[in-house]
Design a protein around this ligand. Sequence first.
Ligand SMILES: Nc1ncnc2c1ncn2[C@@H]1O[C@H](COP(=O)(O)OP(=O)(O)OP(=O)(O)O)[C@@H](O)[C@H]1O
Ligand SMILES: O=C(O)[C@@H](O)C(=O)CO
Length: 426
Amino acid sequence: MAILLGSIADDYTGASDLANTLTKNGLRTVQTVGIPDPSLSLPDVDAVVVSLKIRSVAAADAVAAATKAELWLRGRGAAHVLYKICSTFDSTDAGNIGPVTEALSDAVGGGLVVVTPAFPETGRTVYLGHLFVGGQPLNESPLKDHPLNPMHDANLVRVMARQSRGAVGLVDLASIGAGADAVRARLEALRAAGVTTAIADAVFERDLETLGEIALETPVSTGASGLGLGLARALVRSGRVSSAVTTTADAIRPVGGLAAVVAGSCSRATLRQLEVAEQSMPVLRLDPEKLLAGPDEIATAISWAGDRISAGPVVVAASAAPETVSRLQAQYGRDASGHAIETATSIIAAELVARGVRRLVVAGGETSGAAVDRLAIPAFLIGPEIAPGVPVLRTVGNAQGDMLLALKSGNFGGEDFFTAALAMMH
Ligand SMILES: Nc1ncnc2c1ncn2[C@@H]1O[C@H](COP(=O)(O)OP(=O)(O)OP(=O)(O)O)[C@@H](O)[C@H]1O
Ligand SMILES: O=C(O)[C@@H](O)C(=O)CO
């Protein structure tokens, strides 16, 4: 059956966040890891989210991977493709949100693309083009200290213009509040002025419902889960979703096995979640200097986990506070240290799975991408929500047998996220 909505996510946690939102809002959804092999049998769904790991790679590589995924989604019938980016607009002046958005649009003949990272459920709102994270403008939020893409400007029209070839304009909240026709008129005015990317304000879900309806009239949009919600609700309203919402029961059938958490996110939320986990689970804090020096720290971690894991879940974390991260980056380089640590945490995750872990929580988008790639998991079914933006995932077609995973975006989840997640994964 043809799919109604295609999406390309720039990282794996973002993909599961979006897949969760689409499922909650009435679309049967599967999350694939890259473009699936034709031999993989996928369930009959309304939406496919292709997870890529292109948030922090060279723009040309991101464009190449995303356009291939778009072609695959169009081939499965997707009339609209959402490029799922982070709700905190994680990117640099080199990309990749601008270059990928423009390439996806060019592939279908160009045209104005609506872009908004708003996701009110997690406190991300956009007003007059400025992104707020909770009560703070983006550049004053913890994202100013992000290890890979520190965000120093909250004005998304400016941020997007620096990474786009075409002109960038704004659809302001007043137009959106005035309804779909006012937004259409605003977009027409922007088109006439030669604008190719429109940053859209959105503060409430009703704003995203309006934007979802408008975006569906175009072939491509770019946004976070909030725009996903708008698109899903617009599709349901249009009567094109014939199926009843799938039950998630299938996705959470127990898998047994051992349980572990691997963390590489250095976000403030993850650091607090690790502190709280220390009160109820064994937590190993990896030494990042030693991780970069060679394989010994990995071996130490595996042996530490091996001694404890049969008694209950364990946590292995590379995560560190911003000062420590900055020191390491100054010495080894931002990308080199980030990638070396991702490789190390992914090896640890794979070794734990080789030793019987079947329930795995991974914290951090890049960290999750590296771990899921090393485990070579082809796709996920979407289970119940643990916290806004984080569902339980069940592997599809996994060589190691069925596993349950939770891929937590750095900034998501309450203080007790790790215990809450494991309590839902049996
Ligand atoms: N102690 C450390 N020092 C320096 N870098 C680290 C350290 N621990 C982890 N890292 C790196 O920091 C980066 C964290 O990015 P990741 O995407 O995993 O988390 P996040 O940005 O918090 O999550 P998200 O992208 O979901 O918001 C990774 O590249 C990881 O390898
Ligand atoms: O949109 C978000 O904030 C998340 O899904 C994400 O992409 C963080 O990596």
